[in-house]
Design a protein around this ligand. Structure first.
Ligand code: KG4
Ligand code: ZN
Length: 346
């Protein structure tokens, strides 16, 4: 294969299999995507109303080689061109993680190139580095996904301080559970986003949990229960339910609490930049509400383009590149860690 890379170019192959997306991406010098292949299993999990771990692992095994081959082909890159391999090793479903990790280790071993295992939640932040070529830390990041909700101060690459996190459901999980109760199907976030546009967000006021004074933690289980109780009581009384209004009221409550805490946190910490990340960062109401509140307070807000909000391997590759450049290397006996914490490194 004839390649046009310079000798000093760092070519990253990245692999992501932490949940229900089998994904591989090739990047040049960390921030330039050469290919970004995502094979989603959503259709296979839909009938169960959520991700079935055993099904996810099996599908990853079936897909992984094709996805990697396609990523290399689309990028015009041969195995011999690769500088290193980046891969998610946690957090996530352990059986799913192991599929991507084993593939990455095999390539690193066979090609005798470095392996960089990375943290999936940190990876979500890096979707922003791909989109905004000049972006650098420090900033506050709100990471909202199906499994996690974190407010983090990212001081530099590899330096994270967790300021707040959810005490129960993740934001995306709350979206998915409420959508399920409304009969909207899986994944629920995009459905609620869509249907809420037709509803009146003033019609039903759901409670927002602020927790103790000064806390940047979140709690969404009370909000979720309030929605479920509302639906049950209406059903028992034989009253009509406006799915649109419930979706709009729920979304408003969750978006407002996420926005209020994030802006307060940035102001109190004296940080003038906020970076939004994770699957829920695709929510149109969160993007616009957080943007206008940030603008009012002189805070610069960045969020990724829609295709880099939900799980993908490009964001994993960008983080792996920065870890590689910092001299980090993972051993070939690296294991999958389902509950890997932000800032932990193995
Ligand atoms: O980051 P992600 O792809 O996977 C995890 O790492 O968890 O996030 C998936 C989550 C799901 O809960 C999904 O419902 C939610 O992101 N999501 C959304 C939207 N698009 C995806 N939530 C609200 N509004 C959306 N437009
Ligand atoms: Zn994710």
């Amino acid at each position: 294969m004839i390649t046009n890379f310079k000798k000093e170019d760092v070519i990253t192959l990245a692999i992501e299999t932490s949940c229900d997306e089998t994904a591989a991406s090739v990047l040049k010098n960390g921030r330039e995507i050469l290919s970004n292949i995502i094979n989603s299993q959503i259709e296979q999990h839909k009938k169960f109303g959520g991700v079935v771990p055993e099904v996810a692992s099996r599908r990853h095994i079936e897909n992984i080689n094709n996805v990697i081959e396609e990523a290399l082909k689309e990028a015009g890159v041969a195995f011999a061109d690769l500088t290193h391999v980046g891969v998610t090793y946690g957090p996530g479903l352990v059986g799913a993680l192991l599929v991507g990790l084993s593939a990455a280790k095999a390539i690193a071993f066979a090609r005798e190139i470095p392996l960089n295992g990375v943290n999936h939640i940190e990876g979500h932040i890096y979707a922003n580095f791909i989109e905004y070529k000049q972006l650098e830390p420090p900033f506050i990041s709100l990471i909202v996904s199906g499994g996690h909700t974190h407010l983090v101060y990212m001081e530099d690459h590899g330096r994270f301080e967790i300021l707040g996190k959810t005490r129960d459901d993740a934001a995306g999980e709350a979206f998915d559970k409420v959508a399920r109760a409304l009969g909207l199907g899986y994944p629920g976030g995009p459905q609620i986003d869509r249907i809420a546009k037709e509803g009146n967000s003033d019609a039903i006021v759901f409670p927002k949990a602020y927790l103790e004074e000064g806390s940047y933690d979140f709690s969404f289980s009370g909000l979720k229960s309030a929605v479920l109780n509302y639906l049950n009581s209406r059903k028992m009384k034989g009253l009509n339910i406006s799915v649109e209004d419930v979706a709009a009221g729920f979304q408003r409550a969750i978006v407002e609490i996420l926005t209020e805490k994030t802006v307060k946190c940035a102001l109190e910490k004296g940080v003038d930049r906020v970076v939004l990340a994770g699957g829920v960062a695709a929510n149109s109401s969160l993007r616009s509400h957080l943007k206008s509140e940030c603008e009012k307070n002189g805070i610069d807000l960045k969020y990724p383009p829609l295709h880099l909000c939900t799980d993908n391997a490009a964001m994993i590759g960008c983080l792996a590149y920065y870890n590689y450049m910092r001299g980090l290397r993972s051993a070939l006996d690296l294991n999958a860690i389902s509950n890997l914490k932000i800032g932990d490194y193995h």
